[in-house]
Design a protein around this ligand. Structure first.
Ligand SMILES: [Zn+2]
Length: 247
């Protein structure tokens, strides 16, 4: 039985502070109005950019990135957050089950919400996808933003960052007025450690090994949609909204 889809009347309901009218609600036939859409794609495929662009224009969905979720749970000191912090403090990876608990906490909190929840960064491997399934989470679609590795490498290799004011540039797509110099503060632009070609190769290898199996996992369930992520933010957003059935 799904803990998300089947509200069950308990004796507590009759004592509900909201008043006696609650007793007359037809528990058990409340429609399932929250869906989950999973964002899939390699690092550099534009998942964050697409989610930010969609959030910027307003829409009936909540973007939940695992990184933000983790920071929020730790800051709030939820039980899962406290446990996650103990792993992070000792320099270990937070186990799948603990990350899943955090996701469950936000899904539970949003249950009954009319908005679609966009999950970004979770699940990141098959074990996490199976946990999500056991939780009975109402996954409506998994959308893969498809970008070939070569294009991702070019995109990331061209990134430049200002170490002083943190402004971001790209040698091809967003060049500074003077090569290698920040427009805003005049500092010498640098390449972030995460954007080194060797680091990018490693991150792509981890993606192919750990996360890409999810593409087949959701395809087998008939939930996968693929969109072309090589055509710029505007076109990718449009394709994403259609594929995910967002409004
Ligand atoms: Zn600067």
């Amino acid at each position: 039985m799904s803990p998300f889809k089947t509200p069950v009347a308990t004796s507590a309901d009759s004592r509900d502070h909201r008043g006696a009218w609650c007793n007359h609600l037809p528990f058990g036939i409340i429609p399932d109005i929250m869906d989950i859409v999973i964002l899939l794609g390699a690092p550099g495929s534009g998942k964050g950019t697409v989610a930010a662009a969609l959030a910027g224009r307003g829409g009936s969905f909540n973007h939940v990135s695992t990184g933000e979720l983790l920071r929020a749970a730790v800051a709030k000191g939820t039980p899962a957050g406290v446990e996650a912090k103990s792993y992070m403090d000792s320099g270990s990876l937070v186990p799948d089950a603990v990350v899943a608990q955090m996701v469950k906490d936000v899904v539970d909190a949003a249950s009954g919400d009319a908005a679609t929840m966009l999950l970004d960064g979770f699940p990141r491997n098959l074990a996490q996808a199976e946990i999500l399934e056991k939780m009975g989470a109402p996954v409506k679609k998994a959308v893969l933003i498809d970008v070939p590795d070569g294009i991702i490498q070019d995109r990331i290799a061209g990134r430049r960052t200002c170490p002083k004011c943190k402004a971001g540039y790209h040698v091809k797509n967003l060049p500074p007025k003077v090569e290698g110099v920040c427009d805003k503060c005049g500092a010498q632009l640098t390449v972030r450690k995460d954007d080194n070609p060797e680091t990018v190769r490693d991150r792509l290898a981890v993606y192919h090994r750990e996360t890409e199996p999810l593409v087949a996992f959701y395809e087998n369930k008939g939930l996968l949609a693929r969109i072309d992520g090589t055509r710029g933010v505007e076109a990718t957003c449009k394709a994403f909204v259609e594929a995910a059935g967002l409004k």
